[in-house]
Write a protein that binds this ligand. Sequence first.
Ligand code: NAP
Ligand code: GLV
Length: 309
Amino acid sequence: MSLIFACVDIPPEPWVKAIKAEIPDLTIHLWPDVDNPEKVEFALLWGKWDANLNRFPELSALLSLGAGVDHILTLENRPPNIPIIRLGDPALRTGMVEYVLYNVLKFHRRFPEYEEQQEKSLWIERSQTMPYKRTVGIMGLGSLGSACAKTLVGLGFDVIGWSRRKKTINKVGCFYGEQGLGLFLARSEIVVCLLPLTNETRGILNTTNMQKLPAGAFIINAARGGHLIEGDLLALLESEHIAGAALDVFETEPLPANNPLWSHSKVTVTPHVAALVDFDSAATVIAETIRRSREGRPLLNVVDPVRGY
Ligand code: NAP
Ligand code: GLV
């Protein structure tokens, strides 16, 4: 039994070490070096690449090295009918909650304005809003979105969320479906995108939808660059309908040096680091998938390829 590690730009050594510590008898090949392709049962995948997985006739699961699986669903020549597993690593929730909380608090407590003032040595006290009077809208109430929503509720924010299906989360105003989107956006003073990238969600942060946000709203996109139309955001920042944005993900990554978002005074850019995987906790989750598959037990975190997440 073996696994092929096929992750673009990810140094394999710590992963091999962490997974082998969990399952010592698992052979791990590094793409493209495989002696016995017919023995490969698992593929651990990340990033955009053009490798042909049909080389491995015995593949029994395609594992994502992240929560997102858009990179697997868009693979050319993806072998059909093989379960795709998203990484259900609790460490991702920890990282995402920290990233979202940091940026929500930054906007809520007007830190961009204080930073601007400091550059000009200006001592100006600005008004403060109580968290219960600040509405934070979370797009996507899955593993990451619901963890962020619950943390913000714990801090006293007025939290609302939007998902595909109807949900109930304590103290979170839950909206769902196309019919719920407009109402959700109209209330979101700070909107956080934590949706998977699918045919339905691509480009969802566009002019029409961002105009539905209250004037002076803030955008936090920690999901995928494909959710946000960058040109639409730039225009709405220019018109001051949007007051600022924290962006961790971009249509093109790495973000090209000449992209205007880099130098925009109202935009904070981070290099797709909102929630990084932790070797040890991710290896435990990956090993559990392999064990379940070996033992014929039901797999967890299986993606629906039609739904796209
Ligand atoms: P998840 O558990 O699969 O949750 C997805 C949520 O989005 C669900 O609530 C789902 O609704 C909702 N959704 C999907 N399609 C929708 C639609 N058409 N309309 C409305 N709601 C929709 O995903 P997750 O683990 O929270 O991760 C979310 C995304 O975060 C990942 O796909 C990945 O792209 C991104 N991510 C980024 C980083 C980073 O470092 N920047 C790290 C990890 C993940 P239902 O509840 O009704 O199904
Ligand atoms: C990171 O972007 C992930 O999908 O885990």
